[in-house]
Design a protein around this ligand. Structure first.
Ligand SMILES: [Zn+2]
Ligand SMILES: [Zn+2]
Length: 278
């Protein structure tokens, strides 16, 4: 299995970081977790177009994680043969969100159906709402859903994929909790969104201070990974943006984790089988 950090950014605009999106490639399935700002461009850089995805899985409905899902849906629809199913999985609320998106895309869908003789139906979306404890499949891959704690954002879900003795966990946003610990236990690789709490605390902006109580700090992510005995901790959703100059500070903050620590710019890739980073 392979993990590609398509977008390592956050809601804070930064020209070098696309919004939160992570691609997991199992060898037979390409699964996109979240669809933040610029995701389709980053997919293209990773040699993929949305029509090559087997589905999209959402951790929660915060705008930074879903704002370019419409681009994924439209691009999949116009590039795949007419009538191709496209699976979208997320927490309760995803159906209403997708219904709103269909409404938003109505004009474009009408134009294209009217213009292309071989495009005769709107995007064929198969939307599945999941709850913690559920399992579902994307392509040929089984995925396990587990509760995360991103309150007051509810529900929020993390996911675990297991294949050939390897396992990948997508933690999404949130603070450490028992159900995340359960999901992470013994994983080969655990991807967690993080913020630098020391940096946030130094900025006297109340709206920024608000993010402290529902995101894992780097040290908290390291502790979760250490408790779970995971082989690799993959950090993403960097607040503030990660740079070569500051990487050593992030590494220091994660010193509670003794395994392989992975971080880097957009498109950083971890081969979970060999643990090679590229
Ligand atoms: Zn969030
Ligand atoms: Zn976020």
């Amino acid at each position: 299995m392979k993990i590609v950090l398509l977008g390592t950014g956050s809601p804070i605009p930064n020209p070098d970081n696309a919004g939160p999106s992570t691609l997991v490639q199992t060898g037979t399935a390409n699964i996109l977790f979240d669809a933040g700002r610029g995701v389709v461009m980053r997919l293209a850089k990773a040699q993929l177009v949305p029509a090559m995805l087997h589905g999209v899985v959402l951790t929660h409905l915060h705008s930074d994680h879903v704002c370019d899902l419409n681009d994924v849906i439209t691009t999949q629809w116009v590039m795949a043969p007419s009538g191709t199913n496209f699976k979208i999985v997320g927490p309760v609320g995803t159906k209403a969100f997708i219904d709103g998106m269909r409404e938003m895309l109505q004009a474009d869908v009408g134009y294209r159906i009217g213009h292309h003789a071989d495009l005769n139906e709107p995007p064929k979306l198969e939307v599945l709402e999941v709850r913690p404890g559920d399992t579902f499949t994307i392509g040929d891959q089984e995925v396990i859903a587990g509760a995360t704690d991103h309150r007051p954002v509810e529900p929020s879900i993390g996911y675990r994929i297991e294949k050939d003795g390897e396992s990948v966990v997508i933690g999404g946003d949130g603070v450490p909790c028992a159900t995340l610990d359960e999901l992470v236990k013994g994983a080969s690789a655990y991807v967690q969104t993080v913020i630098r709490d020391d940096w946030v605390k130094s900025i006297p902006n109340p709206r920024l201070q608000d993010i402290l109580d529902y995101h894992s700090s780097v040290a908290q992510a390291a502790d979760t990974a250490q408790r779970g005995g995971v082989k690799a901790l993959v950090l993403t959703h960097f607040v503030p943006p990660l740079s070569e100059e500051t990487e050593h500070e992030w590494r220091e903050l994660a010193s509670g984790f003794s395994g392989l620590l992975v971080m880097g710019p957009d498109l950083t890739t971890l081969d979970v089988t060999t643990m090679a980073i590229s």
